[in-house]
Write a protein that binds this ligand. Structure first.
Ligand code: GDP
Length: 598
């Protein structure tokens, strides 16, 4: 296909607005896969992401389309992860495209994630085709959505295509719009090989597979290639496209999207966003300024059973092979033994990795309180990056501490604005602007510390707006704040996993909240347990858990032996998932639940 008959595009949408359903329809309409092989949600491959309704791994597909002008076109649909945690990957996928379908649910309208995605896409100069989906729903209101497009996103409403991915309405019109409205790729005229590596996966049989967008020149088997960021040279073993399975080709021409397999051993050799060029006639400049995905959130992961440490390490290394955004180093703690300090792109990324460790690799783990990366300016003039509360230097050595912030977009019903502003304030944020976002809705632009967004912000927003509010955010600069380390002591012994860094002004209320949560979660013991929240040697709050008598079966008055046995077994079962500190058993659940305290 000559570049003039290639279109590279992606679909951006808020979760559940119909991206997957529409993708499947497009594949069906172009007969990329026969009807009977069509299985739901073909593009999403991991169970976990299906459950959570998000796409983590981008996966391109090549379609062949006979347009109304009688010509045949190659359409490359590049999947993008739908969540802000993966915004680096989103912008990489976007930069491999010239245009995007912007899918909006006709009943739900524009959401915060739609806004954030449109920002990313506009920054990459993508041509946007708005698609108002689900017009079959009785509650669909396409006219209102058109107004929102204009008011919130400055996109002319008449450009929108009305569709129902479910009923197959508007699909032909969308394919025509892709061909007519999205510009074809424009290769550099010099013919030098330049390809953007926008993703990679590890295939146990074939090794590392690079997803590439060829900007100029041609890729073929046998070529010696250079990856510019790492300056390493490889030989191409195979090139091909996805239709949707990997299909080898003679060559990948300028404008094409496909894959490259070379003699690479580990996925960690590849930097997503890197430029691939010829080793003999390299390009002088990379396509984009390469920038490493930086972990934003850190947490210690420990095996519940210390004997499982090697198993945990192996499991995490395996996960890292398909998700190089995970970083980890070994660490050890007096109370928890050997573990791994892990960095994640965001809280959702962290939860997904922890869940996959438990589910797919069957390692019972305990995760410490998540921390952002603090910039600590020391009195000796040095700058220290601290991602673990335990590594926070003594206050006497600290000049000041800066924390990362985000710019958050909150789209909420107008009548809830009071409660939401209160929430933003409580989370130490400021509201920078408010804009009307169609009937009865406003969009707030806020600046909030990242650490405050991490824990329960989204849940609170959802409950305050009865599910109608939505939010998204992008990184914003660091900000100096009066921060201190808060310790939680159980019977006088600090439990490292509960330590966190908080604003001085919030330390006491935060401490109280954690203690009252722990009081619910830690079972009564044969002795009294004291829970304390402390900053340095100063105790800010205290709660006690009273003791309980020895005989747990006492409450099953006599009789029923099976009930007694059940109770004893239940208690044993509970014991297995406890971690003992001093003489106190803390259930694993407490380590997770403590995150959710307000
Ligand atoms: P994604 O999260 O954006 O990929 O959304 P999905 O494609 O998974 O769709 C989310 C839900 O909306 C699913 O239950 C779909 O069946 C449903 N859905 C998608 N398109 C339509 C549509 O045009 N009409 C209706 N009524 N439901 C739809």
């Amino acid at each position: 296909f000559p570049p003039a008959r290639i279109r590279n595009f992606c679909i951006i949408a808020h979760v559940d607005h119909g991206k997957t359903t529409l993708s499947d329809r497009l594949l069906q309409a172009t007969k990329t896969i026969p009807e009977r092989q069509m299985q739901d949600q073909l593009l999403d491959s991991m169970d976990l992401e299906r459950e959570r309704g998000i796409t983590i791994k981008a996966h391109p597909v090549t379609m062949r389309y006979e347009a109304e002008d009688g010509e045949s076109y190659q359409l490359n649909l590049i999947d993008t992860p739908g969540h802000v945690d993966f915004s680096y990957e989103v912008s990489r996928s976007l930069s491999a495209c010239e245009g995007a379908l912007l899918v909006i649910d006709a009943a739900q309208g524009v959401q915060a994630q739609t806004v954030a995605n449109v920002h990313l896409a506009t920054r990459q100069n993508l041509h946007l085709i708005p698609v108002i989906n689900k017009i079959d729903l009785p509650t669909a209101n396409p006219a209102a959505v058109k107004r929102q497009l204009e008011e919130v996103l400055a996109i002319p409403g008449e450009e929108a295509v009305l569709a129902s991915a479910k009923e197959g309405i508007g699909i032909a019109e969308i394919l025509e719009a892709v061909v007519r409205r999205i510009p074809p790729p424009q290769p550099f005229p010099d013919g030098i090989i330049r390809a953007l590596v926008f993703d990679s996966v590890f295939d146990p049989y074939r090794g590392v597979v690079l997803y590439v967008r060829v900007r100029s020149g041609e890729l073929a088997r046998g070529q010696k290639i250079l990856l510019m960021a790492t300056q390493s040279v490889y030989e191409i073993k195979e090139v091909g496209v996805f239709n949707p399975k990997m299909a080898p080709q003679e060559r990948l021409e300028a404008g094409a999207t496909g894959y490259v397999i070379a003699n690479m051993k580990s996925p960690l050799e590849v930097k997503i966003g890197d430029t691939l060029t010829s080793a003999h006639h390299p390009a002088s400049e990379p396509l984009a300024r390469f920038q490493e995905a930086r972990p934003m959130v850190f947490s210690g992961i420990y095996p519940l059973n210390p004997a499982d440490f090697e198993k945990l390490k192996t499991a995490l290394s395996k996960l890292q092979i398909n998700d190089p955004a995970i970083v980890f180093t070994q660490e050890s703690s007096a109370a928890l033994g050997s573990g791994l300090r892990c960095g994640f792109l965001g809280l959702l990324h962290m939860e997904i990795v922890q869940e996959r460790l438990r589910r797919e690799h069957e390692v019972e783990i305990l995760a410490t309180y998540p921390s952002v990366v603090y910039q600590v300016h020391l009195t000796n003039g040095k700058l220290l990056e601290v991602d673990n509360p335990l590594r926070m230097p003594d206050p006497s050595m600290i000049e000041s501490i800066a924390e990362p912030t985000v710019r958050a977009f909150l789209l909420i019903p107008t009548e809830r604005i009071g409660e939401i502003l209160q929430l933003v304030l409580e989370k130490r944020g400021i509201c920078e602007s408010t804009e009307s976002a169609g009937e009865n809705r406003v969009m707030l632009r806020c600046r909030i510390p990242l650490s405050e967004i991490l824990v329960d912000f989204n849940d609170r927003l959802k409950s305050l707006t009865r599910g109608y509010g939505s939010m998204d955010y992008e990184p914003a600069p660091y900000q100096t704040e009066d921060l201190i380390k808060l310790d939680i002591l159980v019977n006088g012994e600090p439990v490292e996993a509960f330590s966190c860094i908080v604003a001085r002004s919030r330390a006491e209320s935060r401490g109280r909240a954690i203690l009252s949560k722990l009081r619910e979660l830690i079972p009564r013991h044969l002795f009294k347990i004291a829970l304390q929240a402390a900053v340095g040697s100063k105790i800010l709050a205290r709660e006690d858990i009273g003791s309980v008598g020895k005989n747990v079966t006492a409450k099953c008055y006599g009789g029923d032996i099976t009930r007694k046995r059940k109770l004893l077994e239940k208690q044993k079962e509970g014991k297995k998932r406890m971690k003992t500190f001093g003489r106190v058993d803390i259930p694993q659940e407490a380590f997770l639940q403590i995150l959710k305290t307000e």
